[in-house]
Ligand binder design. Structure first.
Ligand SMILES: *Cc1c(COP(=O)(O)O)cnc(C)c1O
Length: 482
């Protein structure tokens, strides 16, 4: 090759390299910037399925009668085929249909924030980022899966969806999805919350859903419980049993679940996929990813796309932290075993961390974190030390919520405040160790419907109720295993 030509190529390469450098400099946040926003065009067009990348094979769901792995036919009466397929799909990427993306546009992409004011307040050398899912119309991450589930049901000719709700977050997300896709929504709301949280109910009714205080006289399960105890305050376990019964008995009705299942976590990975792009724009990669964990959907949602880098060896040092309440310490004190997903033993057996399906946690304010079990995927990753877990009492969690609200402005949901508490602790540790650390946490929702909880905190009425050894033993005793 002629010398001149080689010189020319070398020069072109150098120019390209310089350009890349300039581009990189440009995409790093300026010192005053706090928000990293994507455009609607940058909404991910596929969800990330972690199943094919797990360190060990997924343990199958088991039919409680036959003790054999569950088949698609077993699930067909309550879920549409598309979701059953997603539940155990071997495909790493699953396309997001355009109709779903068009609805996601109403609030997605959600913003990623750099918590500069919180960093300053904590005097930490750590950088704190948070992904804010409270911008959805229902105020949490839950519509990410509600929209997807409503879409697939509608496509398969389903007319009505039944579901349960505790505090009302999931019920409102599904009601929103119902109105957008023209599906009837029937919500069985735990009676005590139905009476204590009238505004969540009004929200669901605004979107056209029918809300019933569970136990009701509309189902066999409900009538049986009312006959035994007419004043039953209800429980999530009972409400699930009622909603499932309604779906099983009506061919035009299916059931919908807001957390725990693989397809729910799959839909939530949109959070982490966006966050990954946003972190890249910020010029950082997290050392630790943090989220609160009830059934595991917002944790799986933000962390799985990052955990992919750990499982494939690109980021071996990445830490992921699940944060739970000491009143319901599933991952930190439960055992990894096959158990039912509900009190009424209507669900399949799931290999997961559990406190026992008969376990009833005390009435703490983070209602979304009061579940005896956990996602099978999160449980497996926790068992294999890919994910760590910590538990906190209510009062320090609300203390963290206030620090956050006073510095960053947003009033967080009590559930999300668990993640904030852990992020603050990581930032303080970084200060003490003099380490530059990058922290990313998921702010799963706002707390505008939880102000009674804040009131209770202000008036000193909030009790720390860590689970006692007796209650733990009693709960664990209800685990059937295999
Ligand atoms: C429901 C809920 C949670 C807990 O559910 P996961 O499935 O563990 O994410 C956390 N935060 C908020 C705001 C919720 O509504």
């Amino acid at each position: 090759m002629a010398k001149a030509k080689i010189k020319k190529i070398k020069k072109a390469k150098k120019v390209l390299k310089e350009r890349k450098k300039v581009k990189k400099v440009n995409i790093i946040l300026k010192p005053e910037e706090v928000k990293i926003l994507l455009t609607e065009k940058q909404i991910p067009d596929a969800w990330y399925n972690i199943l094919p990348d797990l360190p060990v094979p997924f343990e199958p769901y088991i039919h409680p009668g036959t003790k054999k792995p569950l088949t698609a036919d077993d699930l067909a009466p309550i879920f549409p085929m598309a979701l059953i397929e997603q539940e155990l799909s071997p495909k790493r990427w699953i396309d997001i249909p355009g109709e779903i993306i068009d609805i996601y546009r109403l609030w997605r992409p959600s913003p990623l924030y750099r918590a500069r004011r919180l960093e300053k307040f904590l005097q930490t050398p750590a950088k704190i980022y948070y992904k804010y899912e409270g911008v959805s119309p229902a105020g949490s991450h839950k519509p990410n899966t509600a929209i997807a589930q409503a879409y697939y049901n509608k496509k398969e000719g389903v007319k009505k969806l039944s579901t349960e709700t505790g505090a009302g977050q999931w019920g409102s997300a599904l009601s929103l999805a119902g109105t957008l896709f023209g599906l009837e929504i029937e919500v069985y709301m735990v009676k005590i919350s139905y009476n204590q949280k009238p505004f969540r109910r009004s929200m669901m009714e605004t979107w056209g859903a029918k809300v019933f205080a569970s136990p009701t006289d509309r189902t066999e399960v409900g009538r049986k419980i009312l006959a035994e105890n007419p004043d039953s305050p209800g429980s999530l376990g009972i409400a699930i049993s009622e909603a499932v019964e309604v779906a099983v008995k009506d061919p035009n009705t299916k059931y919908s679940l807001g957390s725990v299942l693989n397809h729910v976590l799959l839909h939530q990975t949109i959070i982490g996929l966006e966050a990954k792009k946003q972190m890249e724009i910020a010029g950082d990669y997290p050392d630790v990813v943090i989220a609160c964990c009830g059934g595991g959907s917002n944790l799986g949602g933000i962390s799985f796309p990052f955990i992919y880098d750990k499982l494939t060896g690109k980021k071996p040092g990445l830490r992921t932290v699940a944060v739970e309440p000491t009143a319901c310490p599933t991952l930190t004190r439960g055992i990894y075993e096959y158990d039912f997903g509900d009190t009424g033993q209507m669900t399949p057996l799931i290999k997961m961390f559990t406190l026992g399906h008969k376990f009833v946690p005390s009435g703490i304010h983070a209602g979304g974190l009061r579940y005896h079990g956990d996602s099978a995927l999160v449980s497996l990753l926790c068992k294999h030390k890919i994910i760590e877990a910590v538990a906190y009492d209510q009062n320090p969690v609300f203390e963290a919520a206030l620090i956050f609200a006073k510095n960053e402005g947003i009033i967080p949901a009590p559930e999300s405040s668990h993640a904030i508490k852990a992020a603050i602790d990581e930032a303080i540790k970084a200060r003490e160790e003099g380490k530059k650390k990058v922290i990313l946490f998921n702010l799963s929702g706002h707390g505008h419907f939880d102000m009674i909880a804040y009131d209770d905190y202000f008036s000193g009425k909030l009790k720390d109720v860590p689970l006692s050894e007796e209650a733990l033993k009693k709960g664990l005793a209800s685990i059937p295993g295999l």
